[in-house]
Design a protein around this ligand. Structure first.
Ligand SMILES: Nc1nc2c(ncn2[C@@H]2O[C@H](COP(=O)(O)OP(=O)(O)OP(=O)(O)O)[C@@H](O)[C@H]2O)c(=O)[nH]1
Ligand SMILES: [Zn+2]
Length: 344
């Protein structure tokens, strides 16, 4: 059977639609149109649909903060109103100071490109925060080291990044060069969604522009919506979903100044697996790995197999996570948030 479609139509699969989402549809919902949220603003959301970008209306009592870029929603094609959001396969979120609810960064992400440069921006402690976030969200992290063309010791950065987590993929490249950025292709296959995070100025937008460059007639148009500042400079002011070369999708995020962790226990265990695996060998079950006799982790430091700086960074993140994570209290396990500690 031949399917008749408009020449520029994008199949749903090219927007990242998969069996995971298809399986959530009820028989009553077959007349609704699945669409993918492309931008979320204070009072409006836009989506990518097989026929292009579209502005959507929210259902009653819904708030735009309920939606994340990358979400799949069902839309009434008559009114362009969202009827419901589908369950997410992954969700990246972060805690912001002074707010209770975590801020949603992006949903249904397959890979998180954690972008940093081969220069003073490279900071293991900050990269570890992003890694904990990615692990917890259920996405695969990849460290992308940009500005390799301006650095002398790229191999040193590569080695230090690879040591941050077992089995971690690390790429060293020049974000301005198409051939160099082609190293990202394995994660950008049709229907795959990547998100880019990292400090301002590390090259996220540059990378995205390079990835979005059309190579031939089959390339998807870039449908993301970007905002320019008053000077006409192209800066990332909000998150947005873009179709990229090779058929994948990318979500750009503005540089994050602070990145606090909460609710990332499993993410930390994966990040610091060498520590998590040793802990059961400590003499005391509740060992803090600081001063106790028979501590397997202190023994590893003494033996030179565990970097003491790494242990210190684990301690700081683990403490912050415990301080910020809601604890279940009361008969019904109602969640309450302990007041975060005063910032030092
Ligand atoms: N030589 C070189 N320059 C780069 C590379 N990556 C980025 N740049 C330059 O670094 C500057 C900042 O890059 P952007 O892409 O704007 O950085 P960003 O991460 O998107 O920053 P925000 O939008 O503020 O979050 C630009 O002038 C880029 O041309 C690289 O790999 N090599
Ligand atoms: Zn111990």
């Amino acid at each position: 059977m031949t399917q008749i479609s408009a020449p520029s139509a994008t199949p749903l699969a090219a927007l990242g639609w998969s069996e995971t989402f298809e399986a959530q549809l009820t028989p009553e919902e077959t007349a609704l149109a699945p669409m993918r949220i492309a931008t979320v603003h204070r009072s409006r959301v836009t989506a990518l649909s097989p026929s292009g970008a579209i502005k959507l209306n929210l259902f009653a009592h819904a708030s735009t903060t309920d939606f994340a870029v990358g979400d799949w929603v069902l839309v009434d094609p008559e009114t362009n109103t969202i009827t419901r959001r589908l369950e997410r396969s992954s969700l990246l979120r972060r805690r912001t100071e002074g707010t209770r609810a975590p801020q949603l960064i992006a949903a249904n992400i397959d890979t998180l490109f954690i972008v940093t440069s081969c220069n003073a921006d490279f900071n293991p402690a900050r990269l570890e925060r992003y890694l904990a976030l990615a692990n917890e969200a259920g996405t695969t992290p990849v460290i992308v080291l940009t500005k390799a063309d301006m650095a002398e010791d790229t191999a040193g950065y590569q080695t230090r990044a690879a040591a941050l987590q077992r089995g971690l993929a690390v790429l060293t490249l020049n974000a301005k060069d198409i051939d160099s950025a082609a190293a990202l292709a394995p994660w950008c296959a049709p229907g795959q969604t990547v998100a880019l995070v990292g400090s301002s100025g590390v090259g996220k937008s540059t990378l995205l522009n390079t990835l979005a460059a059309k190579d031939d007639a089959t390339a998807q148009p870039t449908s993301g919506i970007r905002e320019d500042d008053a000077k006409g400079r192209h800066t990332t002011t909000s998150r947005s979903l873009h179709a990229i070369k090779g058929g994948g999708l990318a979500i750009d995020t503005p540089g994050m100044r602070s990145l606090h962790v909460s609710d990332v226990g499993a993410g930390l265990d994966k990040l610091f697996s060498e520590i998590a695996e040793l802990a059961p060998e400590c003499r005391f079950r509740d060992c803090t790995h600081a001063h106790e006799p028979g501590c397997a982790i202190q023994a590893a430091v003494a033996a030179g197999v565990l970097d003491p700086d790494r242990l210190e960074r684990w301690r700081k993140l683990d403490t912050e996570n415990r301080d910020n994570t809601p604890v279940a209290v009361g008969a019904r396990g109602n969640k309450t948030i302990k007041k975060p500690r005063q910032k030092r």
